[in-house]
Write a protein that binds this ligand. Structure first.
Ligand code: ATP
Ligand code: MG
Length: 436
């Protein structure tokens, strides 16, 4: 016996605390409840215990769901920080006055409006251009204060006409919203492209880069086009036309326009394929639409007062959880990309009241958590092997470790989700698989 891995009682308690047990407190897979059977992400995520619905477009993220969201948001955060943006957090309740400044109090039809008992009129944050421009007005005085880029990851609320498709269109959802302010259009274009590149890195790091396409779309207030980042998926609401090489796309709403086609494909005749897609992010050049409304001007290097240019950039982080679930699954359940899986390892033990199994379980947990691997343990004593395997496939953690009939003193079974064949490996080799 390898004495290094020998465990005393205190040690085992500590190791168990570092990993998490599959039990009601962490997750309860729910085979009977299918809330929205027409939505793949809603039914998969509900059955596997990631979310529960409490109303139309309103979901609680259960511990597993929150872990996926946190991993996605940390990827988004690290790429935003690398793009030179600093993080802020604004309130979810906004006074009517800031929205009235741009006239959007009347025109944004999805605003949730509230009345305070003091008589004040308020709304819930649907987006934050008004709030951040109001703040920027206090920060930016001269051209030396530009460019300025700042973002938040915050809950947004929209009274959507048809909240649907699980996490894809909620009435409350999480969004990363970045805003940038510029002195001139050259600097704006440079930063805008830098953010679009960061977006592509974000989707690649979330494991969906190969099927997310930058897409020409209408709707820039200032520019002729905006950009959408569209995840190819049959369950998407949007229709896009994709180029042969899969690198450029145009939203069907703008594709009828010859100018748009010219801008997207540079006049080259291309075979385009019609696809359905989920908008996971978008970027807009806003020009002076918001800054003029708040009278945000600076003294330029020539000593003249000039308007400030602005862009905004969104990513729906809860929509991403749902969108990844839509495209990363098979007939048995979810198959998370490693980078966003709720845990690195799903450990299943078989055999009840078996001290050898318990000993090996603790040694395995020690070996994994000790090298920074997060572990979900299924050592339920009242559940049969078949059900444990079924739940593990449903939950979709990409690497499974099994302590069962093929296990010996320090050897366990290792299996990838979606692959039938398991390998027998010793604990040292197991550590290498998780942390090569
Ligand atoms: P859509 O076209 O899907 O209605 P939008 O163009 O109104 O979205 P923005 O206001 O720019 O989107 O929001 C930025 C991002 O927030 C979107 O790209 C999307 O990923 C996400 N998002 C928008 N609305 C919702 C919603 N109701 N539920 C979940 N995510 C959303
Ligand atoms: Mg849109």
């Amino acid at each position: 016996m390898n004495t290094d891995l020998k465990l005393d009682h205190k040690d085992t308690q500590m190791r168990i605390a570092e990993a998490h047990r599959l039990c009601a407190a962490v997750t309860a897979t729910n085979k009977s409840l299918i809330v929205d059977p027409s939505s793949k992400n809603a039914s998969l995520l509900t059955k596997a215990g990631y979310i529960t619905q409490i109303g139309a477009g309103l979901y609680t993220l259960m511990p597993l769901g929150l872990r996926v969201l946190n991993r996605i948001e940390n990827i988004v955060r690290s790429e935003m920080n690398s793009s030179g943006a600093s993080e802020f957090l604004s309130p979810v309740i906004h006074p009517k006055e800031v929205w009235s400044t741009t006239g959007r109090w009347e025109t944004v039809d999805v605003l949730f409006k509230l009345n305070s008992h003091s008589g004040a009129e308020l709304c819930l944050a649907a987006t934050a251009e008004e709030v951040i421009t109001n703040i920027a007005k206090g920060l930016i005085r001269s051209y030396r204060d530009l460019p300025l880029a700042t973002y938040q990851i915050q809950s947004k609320c929209r009274d959507e006409l048809r909240p649907r498709a699980g996490l894809l269109r909620g009435r409350e959802f999480r969004m990363k919203d970045l805003y940038s302010f510029h002195l001139d259009s050259t600097e704006l274009e440079r930063y805008y492209e830098q953010v679009c590149t960061a977006y592509q890195r974000i989707f690649a790091r979330c494991g969906i880069g190969h099927r997310t396409v930058r897409t020409f779309a209408s709707g820039g207030v200032f520019s002729q086009f905006s950009d959408e980042f569209q995840l190819l998926s049959d369950s998407g609401e949007d229709t896009i036309f994709l180029s042969d090489d899969g690198k450029v796309a145009i939203n069907a709403e703008v594709a009828k326009d010859a100018v748009a086609l010219e801008a997207a494909f540079g006049g080259a005749k291309m075979k385009l394929t019609e696809c359905r897609a989920i908008e996971v992010g978008n970027t807009f050049k806003l020009g002076t639409r918001f800054t003029d409304a708040f009278d945000l001007k600076v003294i330029n290097p020539q000593g003249q007062l000039q308007s400030v240019l602005m862009c905004c950039y969104g990513i729906g982080t809860t929509r991403l959880v749902g969108a990844i679930a839509e495209v990363c699954s098979d007939e048995l359940g979810l198959v998370w990309p490693e980078q966003v899986a709720p845990y690195d390892a799903h450990l299943i033990t078989l055999g009840v009241n078996d001290s050898a199994v318990d000993e090996l379980k603790y040694k395995t947990i020690k070996a994994l958590t000790g090298s920074g691997v997060s572990v979900l343990i299924d050592d339920r004593s009242d559940v049969r092997a078949g059900e444990k395997f079924h739940d593990a496939d449903l939950i979709g953690i990409p690497k499974q470790v099994i302590i069962g009939k093929h296990a010996s003193e320090s050897r366990v079974e290792f299996k990838k989700r979606g692959v039938k064949q398991a390998d027998i490996v010793d604990l040292e080799r197991l550590q290498g698989i998780f942390r090569p």
